[in-house]
Structures are given as structure tokens and as C-alpha cells.
Design a protein around this ligand. Structure first.
Ligand code: SAH
Length: 303
């Protein structure tokens, strides 16, 4: 999974209508703006530490960063921008949107500073392991193709995701900060095979065309929360993307954009529906924050 995704992201821009999948920040500017507002609110409430940095993991085309930073800058945030990104193709696109960013290959390479961090659809792309009836399931080469070596009740684990969360949690405990993790997945750990492949906006068989399709799995937020807590950080409740965006005021933001430009009303209504409706992204996508014990619970979560 790791090798496939390294190759996949290194060789293309997979995001958008002409690609394989579309993400929330590409649906509407409102998504990134509300991320920026949530981060800005935390930063203001801890009295605006001047050395804070904006960090994004897997920033895609840089759209979320550009929208979030517009709001953060308007709140007075003047800190540096750091991206953790491995794909040279996507780094080039990010540089067009956010020219003053600095790039890193791993979370561990980030500078020691208070973090205003967001990861949207980053964790789902990190590799998982599957166990079938307790025995690790492997992928074999059979003839010209690939096949799983066993079936059974599948349990998934992701040491790579837990390591990434531990690294973030260690940073926020040491230097302060907050991290928003947004992804499709489940609030509680449970058995089930969630490995999936997407190509051209359609689900396709996972073991066909290795490295040429988006290979992900659902994120186990309970496992992420456990890893963050073990590293000494605080974690919020896990809320659905729909509830989170509504609590942050997506309705008010849409109304304000609509009154400035009534011609955009149909597009704005459609975007709110796609982002928030339970049959679209509103229910499957979840949001959790990891924060320093010294920093407040961000807006949008149940207290
Ligand atoms: N957050 C963006 C893009 C999501 S796609 C959006 O919402 O539109 C996943 C992103 O993570 C891509 O930018 C991809 O290149 C990056 N990525 C995937 N695996 C990575 C890894 N191991 N390290 C760093 N970046 C990675």
C-alpha cells in the first residue's frame, strides 16, 4: 500500500473532476475558511503566540491552505507555513498557491513551534495492515496479477497512522498547538475490511492496476485518539463533518457569500449539501482535534 501510494502521488495530480477523486476544499472555499477560523480562534484564545506556525499534512493542490491562511492572516496570524508532502507534482501545485511555504518529507522534520495543523484526507492514504482471523493477510504475486493469501474476519491496524499521530501529539505537548484531523472513517474501532481503491471517481477492485489508482482505507479514530493520548496530548470527541461545519457556521458563511453575489446561490447551496448532508460527505467524514493540555478545546466539538 505504501509503495503503491508513493508511486501514485509522485506521478500525478489525482484531485478534481479530471482526476480520480474530489476533496472537501476543492468543493468550496467555505471548507478551508472554516478550518482557518477554527485554528484562528484557538490561537487568539491562547493570546496569539508569535512563533506559531501553520502546518498542513498532505496539502494536495494547496487550496485548503490558501483558504485557511486568508482567514488566519486576517486574524493577525503572521507565522510561517510548513507543508509535509512527498509528491513533487503536488509540491509544485502547492507552490503556486502558497509560494512562501516550506516543505518537509516527514512530520518529525517540522520545526519546534506551536502548531496550527490540519490534515484533510491524509491519514486514509497511509498504509494499513490487515489480519484475517488473527493472521496477517498478505498480497501475493500470482501469474501476472496480485491476490490476497487468505480470507476471514478482517481486522485492520495502521502503525504508520499511529506513528504520525504520536509525532503530532509529541509536538503539541512540547510546544503547544492544535491539530485538526478530518477524514472518512469510524469513531470506534471495529472489525471490517475497509481497503478501497478509486479511479476516475469510481470504486475499482483493490489489487488491479497497482500504483495507478487511489488506495485508501477508513480511518479508525479511536486508534488515533489512543495514540495521541498515550503521547500526553488531549483529544476531543469525534464529530461528523456535517455537525462540525454547521457548528462552525457554514450556514452564515454561505449566506454572507450569497448576499455579496446572488448569482452564486445555487452553487453555494450545492456545496453546503455536498459537504454536510448525511448521504454525501456529512456523516461518513469525521473530525477530531488533538491539542496541547495548555490549549483550549477548539470550536465545533461537544465539550
Ligand atoms: N489534503 C488535500 C489532499 C488529500 S490527498 C485535500 O484535501 O485536497 C492526500 C495528500 O497526502 C496528497 O497531497 C499526497 O501527496 C499526500 N501524501 C500521501 N502520502 C503521504 C506521505 N506518506 N507523506 C506525506 N504526504 C503524503
Amino acid at each position: 500500500m505504501e509503495a503503491c501510494n508513493d508511486y501514485y502521488y509522485a506521478t500525478r495530480d489525482p484531485i478534481g473532476r479530471d482526476g480520480d477523486f474530489t476533496t472537501a476544499p476543492e468543493i468550496s472555499q467555505m471548507f478551508g475558511e472554516l478550518v482557518g477560523a477554527a485554528l484562528a480562534d484557538c490561537w487568539v484564545r491562547v493570546e496569539r503566540p508569535g512563533d506559531s506556525i501553520y502546518v498542513e499534512l498532505g496539502p494536495g493542490r494547496g487550496t485548503l491552505a490558501a483558504d485557511a491562511l486568508r482567514v488566519l492572516r486576517s486574524a493577525g496570524f503572521a507565522g510561517a507555513v510548513h507543508f509535509v508532502e512527498t509528491s513533487p507534482v503536488l509540491r509544485a501545485l502547492q507552490a503556486e498557491r502558497v509560494p512562501d511555504a516550506q516543505w518537509h518529507g516527514a512530520i518529525e522534520d517540522l520545526p519546534a513551534a506551536p502548531l496550527l495543523l490540519v490534515a484533510n484526507e491524509f491519514f486514509d492514504a497511509l498504509p494499513i495492515r490487515q489480519f484475517a482471523n488473527g493472521i496477517e493477510r498478505r498480497v501475493e504475486v500470482i501469474g501476472d496479477g496480485l491476490a490476497f493469501d487468505r480470507d476471514g474476519e478482517i481486522v485492520e491496524q495502521s502503525p504508520a497512522r499511529e506513528e504520525a499521530v504520536s509525532a503530532i501529539a509529541t509536538c503539541v505537548v512540547r510546544c503547544g498547538g492544535v491539530a485538526l484531523v478530518i477524514d472518512y472513517g469510524h469513531e470506534r474501532s471495529a472489525p471490517g475490511d475497509t481497503l478501497q481503491a478509486v479511479k476516475g471517481h469510481r470504486y475499482v477492485p483493490t489489487l488491479i492496476d497497482a500504483g495507478e489508482q487511489d488506495l485508501t482505507s477508513h480511518v479508525d479514530f479511536e486508534a488515533l485518539g489512543r495514540a495521541a493520548t498515550e503521547a500526553g496530548a488531549k483529544v476531543t470527541s469525534v464529530v461528523t463533518q456535517g455537525d462540525w461545519l454547521n457548528r462552525l457556521g457554514i450556514g452564515a458563511r454561505a449566506a454572507s457569500l450569497a448576499s455579496a453575489n446572488p448569482g452564486r446561490i445555487p452553487e453555494l447551496e450545492k456545496a453546503v449539501d455536498r459537504l454536510c448532508h448525511e448521504e454525501q460527505m456529512g456523516q461518513l467524514f469525521k473530525v477530531m482535534a488533538i491539542h496541547s493540555p495548555e490549549w483550549p478545546v477548539p470550536a465545533g466539538f461537544e465539550s
